[in-house]
Write a protein that binds this ligand. Structure first.
Ligand SMILES: Nc1nc2c(ncn2[C@@H]2O[C@H](COP(=O)(O)OP(=O)(O)OP(=O)(O)O)[C@@H](O)[C@H]2O)c(=O)[nH]1
Ligand SMILES: [Mg+2]
Ligand SMILES: [Zn+2]
Length: 343
């Protein structure tokens, strides 16, 4: 009897969650003009957008053919309807040396704009990072800049929101051993692959290769953690510029200034992204955030209030689970920190 009730409750909660999740994707879809997004009819040659450069009056797009090894450069003038729609990783069709349609995306990794005051007017709340990804590699360094698992947690909110699976990569393992218990938790309780690498000693490069071969992935993380250095190794040479971060770690200047997609093996692409200083969630709807902590979902249906934010509410099963160790305290603290930014 009890079992049935619980599973029914779980089912309803799941259904509700799906509906709520839809809200985000619907919001994102609303920003997409249906006339510009086309279905893949399988007939036309498809191209993948690898790089976007801003010219004085136009935008220049470097594209790689999905059928052959060809690459091509096309551009769009400012008044073209696709001018500000195309994102790195997009699959596009090209006609008369112009992009004439974006194929409907599988997914879009985006972040909330942190550079605007939440009361300011802006047309787009989300800033796209890359489209059509199979996974996101969240890169953190063991040292220089210091290991900060809170940043990994924050990125996981974005990967959950966009429905893309995360891979955690702890690099610069030559500088410090990292045995933070949170890493074991990510791996064992959340099922997220964790690889440890060094671009200097080459430790773990094989594991990283194995984790991302045959996929399209984006490398994300703070500036100076070593994203481009790893990608250079995978590309087999010094293709991308990397550089020492200024004396004060974490305050470093950004070496990679724009995202770029690199083809490095058969059907394998990596998007190198510029590091960011902080990931802010001012625009995250507070009642949506809780959906992006997957380990809460098992407990949330038993909370007294169905709209429980797991903060100050009485009879909260999530808080109970934190207390008895079923949910990691560190993850819960990240949740509360992000929630307080969003409220
Ligand atoms: N000791 C050590 N240093 C590394 C390693 N990987 C990268 N570095 C150094 O860390 C610095 C930053 O590396 P980048 O690869 O440019 O870092 P990034 O994450 O691409 O930085 P942004 O492009 O600014 O986002 C460089 O001085 C690298 O030589 C590593 O595994 N071990
Ligand atoms: Mg870089
Ligand atoms: Zn609760």
């Amino acid at each position: 009897m009890h079992g049935i009730r619980t599973s029914n409750k779980k089912y309803l909660a799941k259904k509700k969650r799906r509906k709520e999740k839809l809200a985000t994707s619907e919001r994102m879809a609303e920003e997409m003009d249906p006339l510009l997004f086309i279905q893949d009819d399988g007939k036309r040659e498809k191209w993948r957008v690898a790089e976007i450069r801003q010219g004085s009056t136009r935008r220049i797009f470097e594209c790689l053919s999905l059928q052959t090894n060809a690459s091509t450069t096309v551009d769009l003038a400012r008044n073209h309807p696709l001018f500000d729609q195309v994102v790195i990783g997009d699959r596009v069709s090209i006609e008369h040396e112009k992009i004439d349609g974006i194929i409907v995306r599988d997914n879009l990794l985006a972040r909330f704009r942190g550079d605007q005051n939440r009361f300011s007017l802006h047309s787009r709340l989300l800033q796209p990072i890359a489209a059509n990804l199979d996974a996101v590699v969240i890169v953190a360094s063991a040292k220089d800049p210091a290991f900060q698992p809170g940043f990994i947690d924050r990125y996981m909110v974005l990967t959950e929101q966009s429905g893309i699976s995360p891979i955690i990569c702890i690099t610069k393992s030559d500088l410090a051993p990292i045995s933070d218990p949170i890493l074991a938790w990510y791996e064992k309780q959340l099922g997220i692959p964790v690889v440890r690498t060094s671009a200097v000693s080459k430790e773990g490069i094989e594991n990283l290769t194995e984790a991302i071969q045959g996929k399209t992935v984006a490398f994300v993380g703070k500036s100076g953690v070593g994203k481009s250095s790893l990608i250079n190794l995978l590309l087999g040479g010094d293709v991308i510029r990397t550089s020492h971060v200024s004396e004060k770690w974490g305050q470093g200047r950004h070496t990679t200034s724009a995202s770029k997609l690199h083809a490095w093996a058969a059907d394998s692409y990596i998007v190198d992204t510029p590091g960011i200083r902080s990931l802010d969630f001012l625009e995250m709807p507070p009642d949506e955030l809780r959906l992006y902590f997957p380990e809460f979902q098992e407990f949330a249906p038993a909370c007294h209030y169905s709209d429980c934010l797991h903060r100050h509410e009485p009879d909260c099963s999530v808080k109970e689970a934190v207390k008895n160790g079923a949910i990691h305290d560190f993850r819960y603290r990240t949740y509360i920190r992000v929630l307080e930014e969003a409220i």
